[in-house]
Write a protein that binds this ligand. Structure first.
Ligand code: NAP
Length: 294
């Protein structure tokens, strides 16, 4: 239980509703900033404006997955209020106050460091990334179906990267009957790909493997589908780039080559906001729990 903890949830989208639900169920005192247009009322949660929040009483701050913009603005889907988080706000919190965000940027890192408050980037955690790979896979399957006129079954699918997302994508597309090749650079990953019954290749040899690809799914957050590689790809290939913006594809050159290349960020929040919210809420509750050792 989170009895005795005061938590400010500042901004966010539908995923935050699951977090609010879970934190209030666990008996935390929750203040909601940026939720004035939300019809639903949660017992134990109080809606207020940023200027009304008593930062001095706050043990933890929960920001949206996106954190803040480069100038501190916090996205508020359920409000028209312009919410800007500043270092002076964090300085007013209790010294042990922790800020939880999905991802971060220089601004957020700067105000956390400047105020000497701990910032936890939830999306860097293995548990969240692995749980999130489940709705991400479903989103990738949805996009593959929407943008092709053939079945995944029997198609040649190339997955780039065998990290937390790449592994789930490779396994799921293979289970649907695709012939899956996976590009990686670590020898342990190449061994794992072979063990999974898939076809491994070294990422340095990418250009030699793209020609017969129907669907190429990139999870490598680095320019990997560049001019040289795209020149060897056929226009019938569909590229689904899941890597964080700006993705790993030279989109302009892909378009010139007649290759359909789609950047597909934030799939969990699009295809399954409730599940995506529950994933964050469960991990967050564990982290906030006084007994946690993580
Ligand atoms: P991850 O576990 O860190 O995996 C990334 C993989 O990329 C690793 O296997 C890594 O290989 C490889 N890699 C990185 N830089 C490389 C390079 N220069 N050359 C070759 N390989 C390289 O990350 P993840 O959790 O799977 O996430 C992957 C990306 O997808 C991230 O950008 C993440 O933000 C994004 N993502 C997007 C969605 C969505 O909805 N679109 C959902 C979840 C995640 P090594 O291990 O050898 O370094």
């Amino acid at each position: 239980m989170l009895t005795g903890l005061t938590i400010a949830i500042i901004g966010g989208d539908a995923r935050q509703l699951e977090i609010i639900r879970k934190l209030t169920e666990q008996d935390a005192q929750v203040f909601l900033v940026g939720f004035d247009q939300l019809d639903h009322g949660f017992t134990g949660a109080t809606k207020l404006k940023l200027s009304e929040l008593d930062f001095g009483a706050v043990d933890s701050i929960v920001l949206p997955v996106s954190g803040t913009s480069a100038d501190g603005a916090v996205a508020t889907v359920f409000s028209n209020e312009e919410v800007v988080l500043k270092q002076e706000h964090l300085e007013k919190t209790k010294p042990h106050c922790t800020i939880y965000s999905g991802i971060s940027n220089d601004y957020l890192e700067g105000i956390a460091k400047g105020s000497n408050r701990r910032l936890i980037k939830l999306f860097e955690r293995d548990d969240i990334a692995i749980y999130n790979s489940i709705p991400t896979v479903e989103g990738a399957i949805m996009m593959a179906i929407q943008h092709t006129d053939y079945t995944i079954h029997g198609s040649n699918v190339m997955v780039l990267g065998l990290g937390r997302t790449g592994m789930s994508i490779s396994r799921a597309f293979s289970a649907l009957g695709a012939r899956v090749k996976v590009g990686a650079r670590a020898s342990a990953h190449l061994a794992r790909i072979m063990e999974m019954g898939l076809t491994p290749f070294h990422i340095h040899e990418l250009g030699e493997h793209v020609e017969d690809t129907d669907i190429c799914i990139n999870t490598i957050p680095s320019l990997i589908l560049d001019h040289a590689v795209l020149s060897r790809m056929t226009p019938r290939t569909l590229i689904l780039d899941l890597a964080t913006r700006p993705g790993g594809t030279d989109f302009e050159f892909a378009e010139k080559q007649g290759i359909k290349a789609l950047l597909a960020p934030g799939l969990p929040g699009i295809v399954a906001p409730k599940t995506a919210g529950q994933i964050i809420a469960n991990v967050l509750c564990n982290l906030l729990s006084p007994s946690t050792t993580d």
